[in-house]
Design a binder for this molecule. Structure first.
Ligand SMILES: [Zn+2]
Length: 248
């Protein structure tokens, strides 16, 4: 059987009070520690996204038990709670940043009355860049790209790339659709801007059959204990719903 790659989607990692079990944007730091220890113990291969892409496009074989760790939005709690654990294990990761909200509150949560924890500022991002963290773009301002006009899509995709490249002083190659929201206009805008990949929220394991601008991910939720984590890694391999490619 062909090996697949589980691209895991994290958002906040921190010390959260009990909450409805399946909140998909929170991971308690103790569970995160246990999940990373589990990956290490069971000899999962944690790949950088660039390495994973090389596997998906056939330049390298896909190793067994391959995993990519992605973190959306760029919360300061990534630095506080996730980074020390990743550093200890030497696991590569990618954090998707919002170029228009660096160092600000995650204000898009305010509309549904949730807390708006701070996003990493420029200084923190550069500190992590120097320590080896990879960064991608999550757009400028966290909008649903399938619900805005083509000009806004283009600005979100290209302006964020330029701003982040000026900050990081290297190419920003990877994009993440906010809310997973995308349509053909968004997919083509991301490719035209010069990115080499984009991730969605479609739940599946990545295989070479996927368009690199429609890569699926598996969300790790507040309610995932180690059994649930194992199940997501091992079992959720079959894509449902969307086609793997929209373009030939
Ligand atoms: Zn987001």
């Amino acid at each position: 059987m062909q090996n697949t790659i589980s691209i895991l989607m994290y958002h906040q990692v921190g010390d959260f009070p009990p909450m409805p079990a399946h909140r998909s944007t929170y991971c308690h730091y103790r569970r995160f520690q246990a999940q990373m220890a589990y990956l290490k113990r069971l000899r999962y291969r944690v790949l950088s996204l660039d390495h994973a892409l090389a596997c998906l496009n056939g330049a390298q074989p896909i190793p067994p038990r391959a995993v990519v760790l992605t973190f959306d939005d760029g919360y300061e709690n990534f630095y506080e709670f996730a980074w020390p654990v990743l550093k200890r294990y030497g696991f590569p990761c990618i954090v998707y940043l919002l170029s228009g909200l660096l160092g600000q509150a995650s204000s898009w949560f305010a509309t549904d009355g949730r807390q708006t924890p701070p996003l990493m500022d420029r200084e923190r991002i550069l500190q992590l860049r120097d320590a080896g963290v990879d960064f991608g773009s999550h757009g400028v301002s966290h909008v649903k790209l399938a619900e805005v006009d083509a000009g806004t899509v283009r600005r979100e995709v290209t302006d964020s790339k330029q701003t982040l490249e000026a900050l990081l002083d290297h190419q920003v190659r990877h994009f993440c659709y906010p809310y997973g929201s995308h349509d053909l206009t968004a997919v083509e805008a991301v490719e035209a801007a010069g990115y080499v990949s984009a991730v969605t929220c479609q739940r599946a394991a990545a295989t070479p059959a996927f368009d690199p601008f429609l890569l699926p991910r598996k969300a790790i939720s507040y309610g995932d204990n180690l059994a649930g984590y194992f199940w997501k890694l091992a079992m959720k391999d079959k894509p449902k719903g969307e086609p793997l490619r929209w373009r030939t």
